[in-house]
Design a protein around this ligand. Structure first.
Ligand code: NAD
Length: 480
C-alpha cells in the first residue's frame, strides 16, 4: 500500500506570547522607563484557569477554560471571550496583554483581559453552547472575575451577541438588584442593553484606521502607492465578524476592490473585485465562500496571504505570517485586524521588505472602543442621542428657516432633511469611533516621526501605550 503523503504543517518558531513579549521589549528600549515599572506593566496580574463539567447528551464533559486579567492599573478590565479548540493559557495571556496596550492606545479607561473556552463551537448544539456559556459565567461570578466595575467580557473569535446575552442573563440571575448589572458584558444584542454599531465596530475601526494611514501622501509615496483607498486591491483572510465587515465597508465606503477572500475551507479571487453583499448572501445560504459564481477558487486557502495586492487584512487567527511565508508577502500594507497574525520574527522580515504593518493593538481597537461606549450607555441607563436629537433637529430647522427668509429661496425637502437631522445613536457611535481611530493613528505616527530610531508603527504604538500606562502607575503613586 502506498504511503500517505504527509501534509507539512506550518509551524511558528515563536509562540504568540513570545512575539508579544519580544515586541514589548523592542519598544520598551526606547522609553527610558525604569525596569521595575516595565516589568509590572508586562506581567499578567491574574490568571484563572478552570475546569467545569457540563452535561452534553447523556454524558458529562469536562470543559477547560480561562480568564486572564492582564492589568489592574485601570478597572474594570476588559476583553473578549474566545471559543476555539486551540485555546490555551499562553494564548489567552497574550491576548489579554494586547488588550491592555490597545485600551491605552485608544484612550479607553480599562485594563486588559481575555477569556478562552477550549471548545470547537461547531461541534455543539445551541442548547449545549448555552449550557457551557452559563456555567463559564457562573465560574467567573464565583471567583469575582466579572462585573461592571471588575471585569467586562465581550465577543471574540467564535462568540457573538448571542453568547453575551446568555452571560448577562446568568449574571443578572445571580446578582439580582444590581443596578449597573447590564454593564457586566458588552457586545450584547441591541434590544438587550447593547448598542447600535457594536457588531460592525472592529471592521469599521479597521476601515477608519487604514483610510487614515492611506491619507498621508508622503507615507504612501514611500510604499509606491497613491493616497486614498479608492481602487486599492484588498485581500482578506477570514470572513467572520471582523473580516466580513472589513470587506463590506472597504468596498461600500472606501471604493476599494476586494480581490481575494479566504475562509477555513478555501479562498476565492476576482481581480475586478468580489461583490461583497452577494458573497455574504451566498455564505449565509451555503455556509461556504466556495462555489461563488463571482470568483475563481485558489488552490489553497493560505495563498490569500501571498496574493499580489495593496492591502492585506488577516482577520482570522494569530501566527499566520511567519518566517516560512513572510518573504512571499506581496502586499504593501498589512493591517492586522486579527490579534497577533504576524510573528515577531516575520515582522522583522516585513520591516526589511519595507511593508507597512499597521499593528493589531491599534487597528482592531474599534471593538473595544464601541464596547466602551456600550458600557457607558449601560451605566448611564440611557441611549446616546436621546436628550439632544430633537433639540438639534429644531435648532437646525430654525437656521434653515432663517437662511430661507434672508435669501428668499426655498431649500428642497431632501436637502432640508439632510441639514436638519439630529444624530441617532449609531451616528454618534460611528463618529466617536472615527474620531478615536484618527486621533490614535496620528499619535502613533507622530511618535514614529519624532523618534528617529523607531522605524515601524508597531514599536511606535507600543511606545504610545507604555507612556500612557506608566503615567497611570505614577499617578497611582505606585512608582515614583
Ligand atoms: P469569527 O469567529 O467571527 O470569524 C473568524 C473567521 O475566520 C471564521 O469564519 C473562521 O472560519 C475563519 N478562519 C479560521 N481560520 C482560518 C484560516 N486559516 N483561513 C481563513 N479563514 C479562517 O471571529 P472574529 O470575531 O471575526 O475574530 C477574528 C480575529 O479578530 C481574531 O483574531 C480576534 O481576536 C480579532 N478581533 C476580534 C474582535 C471582535 O470584536 N470580534 C475585536 C478585536 C479583534
Amino acid at each position: 500500500m502506498a504511503k500517505a503523503k504527509k501534509v507539512k504543517q506550518p509551524v511558528a518558531t515563536v509562540s504568540f506570547l513570545e512575539s508579544v513579549s519580544s515586541n514589548f521589549d523592542r519598544a520598551a528600549a526606547h522609553t527610558g522607563l525604569p525596569k521595575g515599572l516595565l516589568a509590572q506593566i508586562k506581567a499578567c496580574n491574574s490568571v484563572y484557569q478552570m475546569r467545569f463539567p457540563v452535561k452534553i447528551g447523556k454524558d458529562y464533559q469536562v470543559i477547560e477554560a480561562y480568564r486572564v486579567q492582564h492589568s489592574h492599573h485601570r478597572l474594570p478590565t476588559k476583553g473578549g471571550i474566545r471559543y476555539s479548540q486551540k485555546v490555551h493559557q499562553e494564548e489567552v495571556m497574550a491576548l489579554a496583554s494586547l488588550m491592555t496596550y490597545k485600551c491605552a492606545i485608544v484612550d479607553v479607561p480599562f485594563g486588559g483581559a481575555k477569556g478562552g473556552v477550549k471548545i470547537s463551537p461547531k461541534e455543539y448544539s445551541e442548547h449545549e453552547l448555552q449550557l457551557i456559556t452559563r456555567r463559564y459565567t457562573a465560574e467567573l461570578i464565583r471567583k469575582n472575575f466579572i462585573g461592571p466595575g471588575i471585569d467586562v467580557p465581550a465577543p471574540d473569535y467564535g462568540t457573538g451577541s448571542r453568547e453575551m446575552a446568555w452571560i448577562l442573563d446568568t449574571y443578572v440571575s445571580f446578582k439580582g438588584g444590581e443596578i449597573d448589572a447590564a454593564g457586566c458584558v458588552t457586545g450584547k444584542p441591541v434590544h438587550q442593553n447593547g448598542i447600535q454599531g457594536r457588531t460592525e465596530a472592529t471592521g469599521r475601526g479597521v476601515f477608519y484606521g487604514v483610510r487614515e494611514a492611506c491619507s498621508h501622501k508622503d507615507d504612501m509615496e514611500k510604499l509606491g502607492l497613491t493616497p486614498g483607498l479608492a481602487g486599492k486591491r484588498v485581500a482578506i483572510q477570514g470572513f467572520g465578524n471582523v473580516g466580513s465587515y472589513c470587506a463590506k465597508i472597504f468596498q461600500e465606503e472606501g471604493d476599494a476592490l476586494i480581490t481575494c477572500i479566504a475562509e477555513h475551507d478555501g479562498a476565492i479571487y476576482n481581480e475586478k473585485g468580489i461583490d461583497v453583499p452577494k458573497l455574504l448572501k451566498h455564505f449565509k445560504k451555503t455556509g461556504s465562500i466556495l462555489k461563488f459564481p463571482g470568483a475563481k477558487e485558489l488552490p489553497q486557502r493560505k495563498k490569500v496571504l501571498e496574493i499580489d495586492c495593496d492591502i492585506l487584512i488577516p482577520a482570522a487567527l494569530e501566527n499566520q505570517i511567519r518566517v516560512d511565508n513572510a518573504k512571499r508577502i506581496k502586499a504593501k500594507i498589512v493591517a492586522e485586524a486579527a490579534n497577533g497574525p504576524v510573528t515577531s520574527e516575520a515582522d522583522a522580515i516585513l520591516r526589511k521588505k519595507g511593508i507597512m504593518v499597521i499593528p493589531d493593538m491599534y487597528i482592531n481597537a474599534g471593538g473595544v472602543t464601541v464596547s466602551y461606549f456600550e458600557w457607558l450607555k449601560n451605566l448611564s441607563h440611557m441611549r446616546f442621542g436621546r436628550m439632544e436629537k430633537r433639540f438639534d433637529n429644531q435648532t437646525y430647522s430654525n437656521i434653515v428657516a432663517l437662511v430661507e427668509r434672508l435669501t428668499g429661496k426655498t431649500i428642497g425637502m431632501k436637502e432640508r432633511d439632510f441639514l436638519t437631522r439630529g444624530a441617532d445613536e449609531v451616528d454618534l457611535v460611528r463618529s466617536g469611533l472615527e474620531e478615536t481611530m484618527i486621533t490614535a493613528y496620528n499619535q502613533i505616527r507622530a511618535i514614529k516621526k519624532r523618534k528617529r530610531k523607531v522605524e515601524d508603527l508597531r514599536t511606535a504604538a507600543f511606545i504610545s501605550a507604555l507612556q500612557k500606562i506608566s503615567s497611570d502607575y505614577i499617578a497611582l503613586g505606585i512608582f515614583p
